[in-house]
Write a protein that binds this ligand. Sequence first.
Ligand code: GDP
Ligand code: MG
Length: 437
Amino acid sequence: LADKLQGALKKLKSKGKLTEKDVKEAMREVKLALLEADVNFKVVKDFINKVKERAIGIEVMESLTPGQQVIKIVNEELTALMGTTQSKLSFSSKPPTVYMLVGLQGAGKTTTSGKLGGNLKKMGKRPLLVAGDIYRPAAIKQLQVVGSQLDVPVFSMGDKVSPVNIAKAGVEHAKQHGNDVVIIDTAGRLHIDENLMDELEDIKKEVKPQEILLVVDAMTGQDAVNVAESFNEKLGIDGVILTKLDGDTRGGAALSVRAVTQKPIKFVGMGEKLTDLEPFYPDRMASRILGMGDVLSLIEKAQANFDAKKAKELEKKIRSQEFSFEDFLEQLQQMKSMGSMSQLLEMIPGMNSKQLRNMEIDDKELIHIEAMIQSMTKEERRNPSMINGSRRKRIAKGSGMPVSKVNSLLKQFAQTKKMMKQFADMGKSMKKGGKIR
Ligand code: GDP
Ligand code: MG
């Protein structure tokens, strides 16, 4: 009988978890979304497998469908994959800091050189742009126009001097003129070729840039992977700038490039204007790639409602003094999966963080408390006043704690309960005037 009961319980429990079927179904949608966003097929496959592994068996939140829950996980993983936090430019301890912009023709190197110079100037730096593309007609002129629009100086030597020598002379010029940042605009090709790579390598050797930034057109989709791979292998890049995200591309290139090179995306180009350069935000990009901004905000709302509902239930219990050791135990266990004690206590209506800071609670203590509550019967948890001397002894034995600890837990719980009710009532009377809910 006990076995049967356990089996039934297990079934009930597993209903609240993501099954393989749930995950498979939702992942089919995600896969389509990623492929539509032009993420490289292999990258998609790896990603899907990773998420599948993580998702199966995870608890489904009351307020989400299994599908929504999977997508929530996908979004988190996608964000994590693209770096979670924003990756900033590094500066050399010995100025000038040299950045070298590389990439295919038309990716946006020249424009981005200017944008970057403009941004750095706003930060109080004194950038110098160096015209290293001697092949494309009017490339030098283009950089000069950009520079004059931003009032950032441009160093050029025409198209008869080799790019390596121009770069070298540019850095020298910067040293002499007090420019603490040098941005080298380089030439691109329609396709990756040996000559281009050799030239870039030579420049790298000569000026030892602080960062080599690969400029990638977000609209290139699948090709971005090959481009990023070759540039990274040949040259070694430090970061990526993704341009033309103002177009209607979903930006799958971001994911592919990141997955292939493991190098951070540092900026995104959001337009043709010289101010249209923004830091890269992994979470925004994840939503964009999934094409699920609406779904995601829905999920966020559902989650907030879910928390609010729980908090309300808790508040009701506290106010009616029904808050029991059972609730307490549930909170303790949730807390372990959620984070800190103070976070939990902040959920209690009426509590403020100042009051919380005076209540130092350490983790060991929590483990002891949990053990003691677990040694109580259901009835005892609901109705602690029935816990007499012999019951206290039994609980102490069961949890491996001295009776004195059980006594103080019971005493503290009674006090806390009273205090919590006071806070809750106080909170309510305060809210009445302000009409918060
Ligand atoms: P390069 O060959 O790599 O130097 O590329 P360019 O800087 O000359 O840029 C090629 C074209 O892309 C130009 O018409 C730019 O105005 C345009 N471009 C560059 N970045 C962006 C961007 O972020 N958004 C849009 N819409 N256009 C861009
Ligand atoms: Mg150019």
